[in-house]
Design a protein around this ligand. Structure first.
Ligand code: F6R
Ligand code: MG
Ligand code: MG
Length: 365
């Protein structure tokens, strides 16, 4: 059974936090190609969104496999060396540890992995986002797997009619809960509407238990205990034949929802769908961006990517995102453009407020 692993990290930005320098992409590809030649990987690609490199790998090692995680870690270390030579911005920023300890989780990089029985035809879409956090996938995943106004198959396709199981992680308390939908939709929404804390990790087809979607839930700043950068997330969705159609998986991106993580990890703004060759944040280090890479997986080989969100049918979403950008930016340092205090705790703001603590005096009476 093949496993698809997507492991991402920001190991140096070009220029600032906008993009990845081509030399870094080349170094990453060399490392993965060697692992493919050695037989560890079936196939591999190096992709990026904004300043984040995504290692897209297929293999037979299963999820959470040490050799794959070590390969990703060693690759990011090798790329960091190049980033340091070129004095890329924030070189090595997402690598929080000096020594690899068996699994990349908790070490900085984000990972989404799915082991699956390859179907007669296996269409998969990998979404990568920059300047946001894993909870940014909650709303689109809800629409794809729980909302019949988005996904016609929930009504029409007998294989989808029973619904899906949604696994939610509490990333603050390190707990998980599974909701069976549609019966528990309202319970699910109690939590996933608070996307900074409650993050959808996995969606399974209810009848078969087959994984339909998986996300990276790694929270860099919670791991580090200080502001390092945003946990720019990955989402893998398997499509068609009893799972949502490709078009149903793309539909949520027609409306750019507001997400957290823009500029200094401290602002909310619209998640703008982008063509893959335009995935480079600019205005106010943003706005937050998402790309969709479509693959047909054939005996573990990655046939693709097709640029799924570059299509003309998302032009109006881009336009709406830009209008929303103007509107949100007009708020400047005021909430809700600036994030609420509990989310600002993981930014550099506390370093400023600390200095002003002595200025407060008790009110009389
Ligand atoms: C990084 C990000 C950027 C930076 C900003 C300040 O992912 O979102 O907006 O936070 O460019 O960066 P520093 O503090 O490194 O100067
Ligand atoms: Mg960066
Ligand atoms: Mg980034």
């Amino acid at each position: 059974m093949p496993t698809l692993s997507v492991i991402k990290a920001d190991v140096g930005g070009y220029v600032g936090h906008a993009d990845v320098h081509p030399d870094l992409m080349v170094r990453a590809a060399e490392s993965l190609d060697k692992a493919k030649a050695d037989g560890l990987l079936i196939d591999c690609q190096v992709q990026h969104v904004g300043d984040d490199i995504a290692l897209v790998m297929t293999h037979e090692q299963g999820e959470d496999a040490e050799p794959i995680h070590k390969l990703a870690w060693d690759t990011f270390l090798a790329v960091t060396k190049v980033a340091r030579e070129l004095k890329m911005y924030g070189a090595g920023q997402d690598l929080l540890s000096d020594a690899f300890s068996g699994n990349i989780k908790g070490m900085g990089p984000g990972s989404a992995e799915v082991e699956f029985e390859e179907r007669t035809s296996e269409p998969v879409i990998i979404f990568l986002a920059d300047k946001t956090e894993p909870g940014a996938w909650n709303l689109p995943l809800y629409k794809i797997f729980c909302d019949p106004f988005n996904t016609a198959g929930l009504v029409i396709d007998p294989k989808m009619h029973a619904g899906f199981e949604v696994e939610v992680h509490d990333v603050m308390e390190n707990k998980r809960v599974v909701f069976s939908c549609p019966e528990e939709l309202y319970d699910l929404l109690v939590f996933i509407g608070a996307q900074t804390r409650y993050v959808i990790k996995r969606v399974r087809q209810k009848d078969s238990g087959v994984t339909a979607a998986v996300t990276s839930t790694d929270r860099l700043n919670l791991i580090a205990g200080r502001y390092v950068g945003k946990d720019d997330p990955v989402l893998i969705v398997r499509c068609q034949s009893g799972l949502p159609a490709v078009g149903e998986v793309l539909e949520p991106w027609a409306n750019p929802h507001l997400v957290f993580g823009w500029m200094r990890g401290s602002h909310s703004g619209p998640l703008m769908p982008c063509p893959m060759d335009n995935a480079t944040p600019a205005r106010f280090d943003g706005p937050p961006r998402v790309v969709g890479m479509g693959y047909q997986i054939a005996n573990g080989r990655l046939i693709g990517p097709r640029d799924m969100l570059g299509d003309i049918s998302f032009d109006r979403a881009r336009e709406k995102a830009l209008e929303t950008t103007d509107y949100m930016r007009s708020m400047g340092p005021f909430e809700p453009h600036r994030l609420p205090p509990e989310d600002m705790e993981y930014t550099t703001l506390p370093l400023v407020t600390e200095r002003l603590e002595g200025r407060f005096e008790d009110l009389p009476g």
